[in-house]
Design a protein around this ligand. Structure first.
Ligand code: UD1
Length: 362
């Protein structure tokens, strides 16, 4: 069961908290938006620590502006690097900020290296730590994201799970006593964006594609077969190209601009959501986009061996493929059912999180 709605607590006297959100990479800014809106509305002091993991305007600043998120109070400007070095620099910066600002809570989000650094930084100083989007697993121990999720979940004082499946996983790992099912904060934001986009068009146009994971970009043959498959599709493919994809394609001598592919720079959240709404389907290796496609009622083809969001696989709304089957699967007929938006909560996840932090007792 989801814990109660915030409305039932309105009017009760709440002591203002100082909350620091640690973020650094693109998908985290979307999750952050839901918390920033809610914490501000609830009269708490919310301060944002940006690690600088993502730094290009299109990967970072644009999201703050578009989603009306307050500017970061600190930016560690860590930038790119090897995982260990990048995480260590972030940890150093987080520790300094937590010491200087003495927060009541640190919030970490999702599964990036910024999440891992925030979690270790908070727990070492015995600052209360909450993990937003807890309980997701790919069970693929070669993914850096999997290490980051496990660390954040096991170190947190409170774990906010987006789905029933995530709650079950936390239970299997002995963490249910600290876990709360709240729904998905990204779904809060998607519901908001959907209202801005208005009634969706027929969805008969382009494919919307993104490819950025190391396991798809770093080996030449695999990347080439993904790009070949996209280029061979009979409809235009708008490929929003993450910097890692552009760099790896260049290094491997793979031309992205061919066949059906139209390469575009990474776009804003509203930009990609509008493109999905107008498109016929999504091809991706992103976690968040699988879910966003589902919530926008567009079929998704995911170039990965596993997904952290098994709810999206229902009735074939999302299908996992290897590159050699990508084109065939992307062209499958649309499912005859409708995806259930409530699989990811009712749009009040952030309100439940704030309420749960307010009511927390050790
Ligand atoms: C990170 C997250 C991943 C998330 C993704 C969203 C980790 C381990 N991974 O992966 O979970 O899905 O963000 O995008 O934290 N680069 C730029 N400009 C930028 C940022 C990155 O050019 O603003 C380039 C750099 O060459 C960098 C590469 O992209 O080396 C990868 O960036 P990095 O932050 O290491 O990881 P992501 O692949 O973005």
């Amino acid at each position: 069961m989801y814990c109660g709605r915030r409305e039932s607590f309105r009017g009760a006297k709440v002591v203002p908290m100082r909350v620091i959100s640690v973020v650094g990479a693109r998908p985290q800014f979307i999750k952050l938006a839901a918390l920033d809106w809610e914490l501000k509305a609830s009269g708490h002091e919310h301060l944002i620590l940006h690690t600088g993991q993502h730094y290009d305007e299109a990967m970072s600043g644009a999201f703050f502006e578009e989603l009306s998120i307050q500017p970061p109070a600190w930016n560690l400007e860590v930038g790119s690097g090897l995982h260990g070095a990048q995480t260590a620099q972030m940890l150093d910066g987080c520790e300094r900020v937590f010491l200087e600002s003495d927060p009541d809570w640190v919030l970490c989000y999702g599964d990036t290296n910024s999440t891992c650094a925030a979690a270790i930084g908070a727990v070492k100083l015995r600052v209360r730590l909450a993990h937003i989007e807890a309980g997701l697993r790919s069970f693929n121990r070669t993914m850096p994201e999997e290490h980051n999720r496990v660390v954040a979940d096991h170190l947190s004082d409170v774990l906010f799970a987006p789905t029933h499946e995530a709650m079950h996983q936390l239970e299997r790992e002995g963490l249910s006593g600290r876990s709360v099912l709240v729904g998905d904060v990204m779904a809060d934001v998607v519901r908001n964006v959907k209202r801005k986009i208005g009634p969706e068009s027929a969805g008969s146009g382009d494919f919307i594609a993104t490819v950025h994971r190391a396991e798809n970009t770093d080996q030449r043959d695999r990347l080439e077969s993904i790009v070949d498959a996209l280029a061979s599709l009979p409809s235009p493919v708008v490929l929003f190209a993450h910097p890692r994809l552009v760099q790896r394609a260049e290094e491997h001598g793979i031309e992205l601009r061919r066949g059906s592919i139209r390469v575009e720079a990474p776009t804003s959240h509203l930009g990609i959501m509008s493109a999905i709404a107008a498109g016929r389907g999504v091809v991706t290796d992103s976690g968040g986009l699988q879910k966003e496609a589902f919530l926008m009622e567009r079929p998704c083809t995911t170039v990965r061996k596993e997904t952290e969001w098994p709810e999206t696989l229902l009735d074939g709304w999302n299908v996992l493929v290897e590159p050699d089957k990508l084109a065939e699967v992307a062209l499958r007929p649309n499912p005859t059912t409708k995806p259930n938006p409530d699989s990811f909560g009712d749009g009040h996840a952030a309100a439940r999180i704030v309420q749960s932090l307010e009511n927390f007792t050790d």
